[in-house]
Design a protein around this ligand. Structure first.
Ligand code: GDP
Ligand code: IMO
Ligand code: MG
Length: 432
């Protein structure tokens, strides 16, 4: 397999876990490069579901080496819990996993700040996952973050924790008027990280370079999606890291020469969790209730893998996907959840936006402007046949094939993979 970066190109939850797990047997290494436990990547194998938040989605394949890069933010208790669940199921996680010494740690005070800020924002909240992601990346950028390597220097670690806790508790109690975080709570997490994560700590960039030199193929696994990218998403309703393929390099310590292809993963429709503009939205838990949107939510079982929140649903937005294809340098598409469209009499594609009476073809930089955009739709025929579980293109109804061709045209990118159900086996691969 070519060295491939797999990224979500909508608002997350596109099926990255499924696609990475599917491709992992062809890769020698699977490496996560950004995000943290805000991610929830679902793998279904023979009907059995595994949800991963921090472990790379290649972890269920015994010959695949898994790496967690410096660009990720790691919550030690989440990672340990995830490792223990898999270890109890007989998966030899620790033999094949390395965590970058430069990884930033998410500590309890990050979650407390995340929650306090969201409460304070009220109706203007971002709808974060509450996992402390934003505050952890802020600490990184402010140069006061705690990295895994810091656990090796007790004195310095103590000093940094004391200073961070002082500053955070000041904000929590004085500004947000909420409870402070106790030092003991942090020490417990650090102890866990020391005993369970330090043995797995390594120089991930050097490992990747060595494996690359010996000819290993590498799959780079992104989290979230391009529309949640800190720069190219619907700012400020975004996550706190860059989610584009370019982030794989800074998030692992490799150069662009190592990347040979970029797989952009998207659903055959659109979903979003949390707040922020969503031009093609049809259905949400706040009362928007278009029947086609409800069909997508119900058939697609659209509930967040991390938070369980209902996802907002809508038609495929080719303007957003085309934007994502460009900014992430996507060379091939993987379309997921085609089967969820089964039974719809018509399927719509948003091929442009109308803004103040003018047609536009790109995603505006300003979220409020995007919220004013009205989708311009093309309507295609739907189908009654069942595509769920289809394994070859000739099992697809003509209308489904027509939809895929039109998606390729309007997104200016070929479709290499089509997912027709949640299971690892439910896939069609197209020759490039
Ligand atoms: P990720 O965050 O991108 O890995 O995606 P999630 O795991 O959060 O959400 C995708 C959901 O869709 C999961 O429940 C998957 O099991 C499911 N899924 C993935 N591909 C397909 C598909 O082709 N069809 C159906 N029906 N479900 C799918
Ligand atoms: P995966 O990897 C979907 C969303 C949150 C919120 C915004 C900011 O499973 O696709 P954060 O907690 O990151 O500060 O929240 O980003 N979000 C996701 N939405 N899938 C994800 O990950 C997400 N990770 C964050 O809902 O709108
Ligand atoms: Mg997810």
């Amino acid at each position: 397999m070519k060295n491939t970066v797999a990224v979500g190109i909508q608002w997350g939850d596109e099926g990255k876990g499924k696609i990475v797990d599917l491709l992992a047997p062809e890769a020698d290494v699977v490496a996560r490069f950004q995000g943290g436990p805000n991610a929830g990547h679902t793998l279904v194998i023979g009907g059995r579901k595994t949800v991963l938040h921090l472990l790379p989605s290649g972890i269920l394949h015994e010959n695949t080496q898994c790496l967690i890069g410096n660009g990720t933010v790691v919550a030690p208790e989440t990672l340990v819990e995830e490792m223990d669940t898999l270890l109890a199921a007989g998966v030899p996680v620790t033999d094949r996993l390395s965590i970058s010494d430069r990884c930033q740690l998410i500590l309890p005070y990050h979650r407390a700040l995340d929650a306090a800020r969201e409460r304070a924002r009220g109706a203007g909240r971002i709808g974060t996952t509450g996992r402390g992601i934003g505050p952890a990346y802020e600490d990184k950028t402010a140069r006061r973050g705690i990295r895994l390597i810091d656990l090796c220097d007790e004195a310095l670690l103590n000093e940094k924790i004391a200073a961070n806790l002082d500053w955070t508790n000041f904000q929590l109690t004085q500004y947000f008027k909420t409870e402070p975080v106790a030092r003991a709570e942090i020490d417990a997490v650090l102890d866990l990280a020391r005993t369970r994560l330090l043995p797995l700590m390594d120089d991930v960039s050097s490992i990747l370079h060595a494996r690359h030199r010996e000819g290993a193929s590498i799959l780079f696994e992104g989290a979230q999606g391009v529309m949640l990218d800190l720069d190219f998403g619907t700012y400020p309703f975004v996550t706190s890291s860059n989610t584009v393929a370019g982030a794989a390099m800074a998030g692992l310590g490799v150069g662009p020469g190592m990347i040979e292809s970029v797989l952009g993963i998207c659903k055959a429709y659109t979903t979003r969790v949390g707040a922020g503009p969503f031009p093609t939205e049809l259905y949400n838990a706040d009362g928007l209730d278009d029947p086609a949107g409800r069909h997508l939510a119900e058939r697609g079982h659209e509930f967040g893998a991390t938070t369980g929140r209902p996802r907002r649903t809508g038609w495929f937005d080719a303007v957003a996907v085309r934007h994502a294809v460009r900014v992430a340098g996507v060379t091939e598409l993987a379309i997921t959840k085609l089967d969820v469209l089964d039974g719809l009499s018509a399927v719509k594609l948003c091929v442009g936006y109308e803004l103040d009476g003018e047609r536009i073809e790109t995603v505006p930089a300003d979220a409020r402007t995007l919220a004013r955009c009205i989708p311009v739709y093309e309507t295609l025929a739907g189908w009654d046949e069942r595509t769920l579980g289809a394994r070859s293109a000739d099992q697809l109804p003509a209308a489904a094939r027509a939809l895929l061709s039109r998606i390729e045209e309007v997104c200016e990118c070929p479709v290499a993979l089509l997912s027709t159900g949640p299971d690892r086996e439910h896939v069609i691969r197209f020759a490039s």
